[in-house]
Write a protein that binds this ligand. Structure first.
Ligand code: PLP
Length: 384
């Protein structure tokens, strides 16, 4: 039987994380390295613990979305390179220097600002140039008519920047229909063209990278880095989407809470806010100490979503509350206060994947994992 740890909690299996890293490596070229994307608290898994674990196991390059996330990693002693994928506001440029961080040089104008700051401090600021080959988010836009190349070149020539790499980002690497395969191939072609032109101009591009998780699963490329986030955690965005490779990933996260109260209610009894659940017969109802303030999506109220109790599936009934929810445990014997409910993970022979929650919301696993709130403590398995 699962042991209670606290009111509601997440368990992260560190062995699964290391296993997933090995699985990712099998999909890579010998010369490609992993830049571990641990943004958004490593998608809710705990960025500091995950980064330290990876750093102790041969990964020395990380990517985060913001300078705050980068500082978090430095604070716990992560010493590898950290690339900030997002926008760092000028008031925080000093951290790039003080903490030896790498910045995404996301446009020529922005790179010039960083360059001026570095000049004033008499140092070089490190970073990678982002090229927009079709995502349309950040990066110097590079198109078929080769617009943008002069800007890319100009960033390399800024004297107070140490441009150590160049990268781009896929927008449909998860889609395998012809149109989207062509779109991604075209993104790769544009990236290659930029690299060719840099070669012609005798500019050393530095580290090259373009693949996120689906880019790794569906495309065999030969760049210096790959940038997996989700895959390290053992999940994809959506289990229903076919992929071209067949890796053996283990989801690292499980999610649990306690039963706080068990009672029997009579037919016609209503449960929870809004009275959307009315018992049709005598039912045994468990109150569970977790709610939407913990990240349980309120959207799944009255949707038939299930959780595991004593290794069996039980439906959530009525509206999900801020700190609690109710589950119909009529079919479970000997259920009592203090028993553990599994929202995500295994209990006995049954398993609920994060994907099941995502489908009900509906959203993708990336979003669903990030919803598990800061209030929920994270526990980590011992390493084998
Ligand atoms: C989030 C992100 C990644 C990682 O994406 P996954 O799908 O989790 O692998 C890689 N690169 C960039 C630029 C990102 O924003």
């Amino acid at each position: 039987m699962l042991q209670s740890k606290t009111r509601a909690w997440v368990s992260v299996d560190r062995n699964a994380i290391l296993h997933n890293v090995e699985e990712i490596k099998k999909l890579l070229d010998e010369d490609s390295e992993i830049m571990a994307v641990v943004k958004a608290n490593a998608y809710g898994h705990g960025d500091t613990v995950i980064a330290k674990l990876l750093e102790n196991n041969g990964i020395h390059t990380f990517a985060v979305s913001s300078v705050d996330e980068a500082l978090n990693l430095r604070r716990v002693g992560v010493s590898g390179d950290i690339l900030i994928l997002g926008y760092t506001p000028p008031v925080h440029f000093h951290y790039l220097i003080e903490e030896n961080l790498l910045q995404n040089f996301l446009s020529l104008d922005y790179a010039k600002k960083v360059n001026e700051f570095a000049l004033a401090y008499g140092v070089k600021i490190r970073g990678h140039i982002k090229v927009d080959t079709g995502m349309g988010r950040l990066g110097i836009r590079y198109t078929d008519d080769e617009d943008g190349y002069e800007d890319i070149k100009a960033v390399y020539q800024l004297e107070h920047l140490a441009v150590e790499g160049i990268f781009s980002h896929f927008s449909v690497a998860d889609e395998l229909d012809e149109e989207n395969l062509n779109y991604t191939s075209h993104q790769i072609e544009l990236f290659e063209k930029v690299l060719e032109r840099l070669k012609e101009d005798k500019i050393e591009p530095g580290k090259r990278h373009i693949q996120n998780s689906y880019g790794i699963l569906n495309y065999k490329l030969h760049y210096d880095f790959v940038r997996p986030g989700l895959l390290i955690l053992g999940v994809t965005s959506d289990d229903a989407i076919p992929i071209k490779s067949n890796p053996d990933f283990i989801p690292a996260l499980s999610w649990h809470a306690n039963i706080s109260y068990v009672k029997t209610v009579q037919p016609e009894s209503s449960i929870s806010y809004g009275r959307h659940y009315i018992a049709k017969s005598e039912r045994k109802i468990a109150t569970v100490s977790i709610g939407y303030a913990d990240g349980v999506p309120r959207e799944v109220s009255n949707s038939g979503m299930e959780v595991l109790v004593h290794g069996k599936r039980c439906p959530i009934i009525g509206n999900i509350c801020m700190d609690q929810m109710m589950v119909d445990v009529s079919d479970i014997d000997d259920v009592c206060e203090g028993d553990v409910v599994t929202l995500v993970g295994k209990d006995g022979d049954e398993q609920i994947k994060i994907d099941e929650w995502s489908r009900k919301v509906p959203t993708i696993n990336n979003d669903m994992l990030c919803r598990i709130s800061a209030r929920v403590p994270r526990f980590y398995s011992r390493l084998k």
